[in-house]
Design a protein around this ligand. Structure first.
Ligand SMILES: [Fe+2]
Length: 217
């Protein structure tokens, strides 16, 4: 497998293509927000890194620092966005973090939200990539007044597709925790590979985060 990490866009304040990767063969790997050391595949258990070694080594926000790795290889169903079940309106547009009434940025939302089990620094970086063309749209914006769980479908008229960057397969884009982005419906049932790296600035753990026995963090 070959990984290309050529940087194409210099403006890091905007959603931008950060690098290009070639996804390995689909095997159904799934790890969610697993702590690891960015740039060090040996800190990721074998079952979660198989085929992704070069990507993990080459794609970082803060190399050598604690990060959180999500690899989700699953079947995207025709007509449904990947995040469809979590979206509250027709469009699955959201920010990665939710914002609580007291101004705390937090992960997820809903039942656990008020407990602030996971909080995020406002400048936490996020890298996103997936294996399907045009299955994610990103807007060059910061949605400060996001909802408690990050769903902003009710304000989707602020984000027309004509203003969006459509992610291409293998493109790694860097966004912030308040960058509007949208998981888009796919035309056919398709195996989809999704990669997310969240950098420094995550405080606390959720029970659904995948534990890493190699790294008690
Ligand atoms: Fe997202």
């Amino acid at each position: 497998m070959k990984t290309t990490t050529s940087k194409r866009v210099a403006d890091r304040s905007a959603p931008s293509c950060y690098a290009l990767v070639q996804f390995p063969q689909f095997t159904g790997i799934r790890c969610l927000m697993m702590p690891y050391i960015q740039g060090r595949p040996e800190t990721v258990p074998e079952q979660f890194r198989a085929g992704y070694e070069e990507i993990i080594e080459g794609i970082t926000i803060e190399a050598g620092e604690l990060g959180f790795l999500t690899i989700d290889e699953s079947v995207a169903m025709a007509g449904k966005p990947h995040r469809g079940s979590r979206a509250k309106s027709d469009r699955a547009i959201h920010t990665e973090a939710g914002r609580h009434p007291d101004g705390v940025y937090a992960w997820g939302g809903g039942g656990w939200g008020s407990s602030h089990r996971v909080t995020l620094d406002g400048r936490t970086g996020v890298l996103l990539a997936n294996s399907l063309d045009d299955s994610c749209a990103i807007w060059n914006a910061t949605h400060e007044d996001t909802s408690i769980d990050g769903d902003i479908g009710h304000e989707s008229n602020r984000y027309p597709y004509t203003d969006a960057t459509m992610m291409r397969a293998g493109e790694v884009h860097r966004i912030g925790i308040l960058t509007p982005h949208e998981s888009l419906p796919v035309r056919n049932d398709t195996q989809r590979q999704f990669l997310r790296i969240v950098g420094r600035g995550v405080h606390g753990r959720e029970s659904h985060f995948t534990e890493n026995p190699l790294l008690v963090a």
